[in-house]
Design a protein around this ligand. Structure first.
Ligand SMILES: [Zn+2]
Length: 434
């Protein structure tokens, strides 16, 4: 489940989304006079973009800006697309711009510098091992274990074992890894335990949390949350330090691992979705159940105001990750839809997402992981954990073959998830590698 801006906007979290967006997203934390950097973000290295000169045509650039990355518009001084160049604002205060030279014709394109390999650059297809040589990073969403309650990825029905999203996603990743290796892939885990990748802990962010709250109009922030249902808990230092730890610091550390150590050709972010469950000790169970996948894009106008996010977007655009991740996401979505029978999720608003591709299941959205991991990223959001059906299947656990669950013979939900992702990858790479 992808709560807030790092995850999807499910209805049950609307209140949280609004508050958190206000507190962490819309208000840049100004650390130095001219900086306009998002929370825990790094200074953009605009010089890196020089390596992408003459790698893209005007039409391809304009198409990606208009239909993938900036579908919600942006302030006119941020990006200016001319006939032969694009001009991107680096910093408003200093009025510095980066100028990108387009290549006139597609066949004159200079090679795109990147560490990941698109399917067509991999060694030729081997029928017995369609994923041969492919480097896949598995990123099981969230932390699970003792962190689940803090992450608000925990609910419990009566005396049944609690549902903890971070544990479910890790289980799927551990089923996936050997299957992918059998097919020839080199698999690495971005997380392979219930412990964080980041070495930081909530207490390390006390000062930053206080600054963020003061900056956002809470002059004397309360230290603690007294009641988990308190509507103002997000205005406490405790809540802010926790989200800085498990969301911002954690995902940025995972990104460093992906970008500087693992160097995969593809990252699969594995999640389970949810609908509003209300009180986690007495959650609502629903009939709703659905599937969608996310790729990076659909930046909000206010996100584009951050120098680092604008830079990361342009770098991602120029890396042409979208050319690979969109058809990949579409193909995996169709395999998952076929095997789970789930309908596409429809976001209640189009404020933060844009539907892309042909399958009807894929959205563009600017999530931290999809933005920061410098390779194609496919972010999977199948199954509503608090639907009656999925809850029963989670309680049934993992097993071989099929069993009767809620009156239907089903595979274990974990194997169905893993199998459908494997099938989608095989479908894609078998075609794309030829
Ligand atoms: Zn999630």
């Amino acid at each position: 489940m992808a709560k807030l801006f790092a995850c999807h906007a499910v209805a049950w979290r609307r209140r949280v989304i609004r508050h958190s967006s206000f507190f962490l997203l819309l208000a840049p934390l100004v650390l130095h006079a001219a900086d306009n950097i998002s929370v825990l973000g790094g200074n953009p290295r605009w010089g890196v973009l020089e390596n992408y000169q003459e790698t893209i045509t005007h039409d391809d650039f304009a198409d990606l800006i208009n239909h993938v990355y900036c579908t919600h518009g942006f302030a006119p001084d941020l990006i200016e697309i001319n006939e032969k160049t694009a001009r991107v604002l680096m910093n408003r205060e200093t009025q510095k711009f980066f100028t990108l030279q387009f290549v006139e014709k597609d066949d004159g394109r200079k090679p795109v510098p990147r560490l990941w390999r698109p399917a067509k650059s991999l060694p030729p297809l081997r029928r017995d091992k369609p994923l041969f040589g492919l480097k896949i990073g598995l990123d099981p969403g969230h932390l699970g274990g003792k962190w689940s309650k803090m992450e608000e990825r925990w609910f419990e029905v009566g005396n049944s074992p609690p549902v903890q999203e971070g544990d479910l996603t890790l289980r799927v990743a551990r089923l996936l890894a050997p299957r992918l290796r059998e097919l020839g892939a080199k698999v690495s885990f971005v997380r392979n335990s219930n412990e964080p990748v980041t070495a930081k802990r909530p207490d390390d962010f006390q000062e930053l949390a206080r600054k963020i709250l003061i900056k956002n109009g809470v002059p004397q922030p309360r230290v603690d949350v007294f009641d988990p249902n308190d509507p103002e808990k997000e205005q406490t230092i405790r809540w802010q330090t926790e989200i800085l730890f498990y969301r911002y610091s954690e995902i940025r550390r995972r990104a460093a691992l992906v970008n500087f150590k693992l160097h995969p050709d593809l990252v699969l972010c594995l999640h389970f979705n949810a609908e509003g469950w209300g009180d986690p000790n007495n959650p609502n169970l629903t009939e709703a159940n659905h599937l969608h996948l996310l790729v990076n894009g659909s930046y909000l106008a206010e996100e584009l105001e951050f120098d680092d996010q604008r830079f990361e977007m342009i770098r991602r655009l120029l890396s042409r990750a979208y050319d690979e991740e969109l058809p990949l996401a579409d193909t995996i979505a169709l395999a998952m839809a076929r095997e789970t029978g789930l309908p596409p999720y429809e976001y209640p608003t189009t404020n933060a997402t844009t539907k892309v591709g042909m399958s009807g299941y894929v959205y563009a959205r600017n999530l931290l992981a999809t933005r920061l991991y410098r390779c194609p990223v496919v972010y999977c959001e199948p199954y509503v954990m608090n639907s009656k059906d999925v809850f029963a299947r989670i309680q049934a656990g993992d097993y071989d073959g099929t069993r009767n669950v809620n009156g239907v013979q089903r595979k274990s939900i974990f194997r169905e998830y893993a199998d459908s992702v494997v099938d989608g990858l095989v479908d894609y790479y078998s075609k794309a590698r030829q």
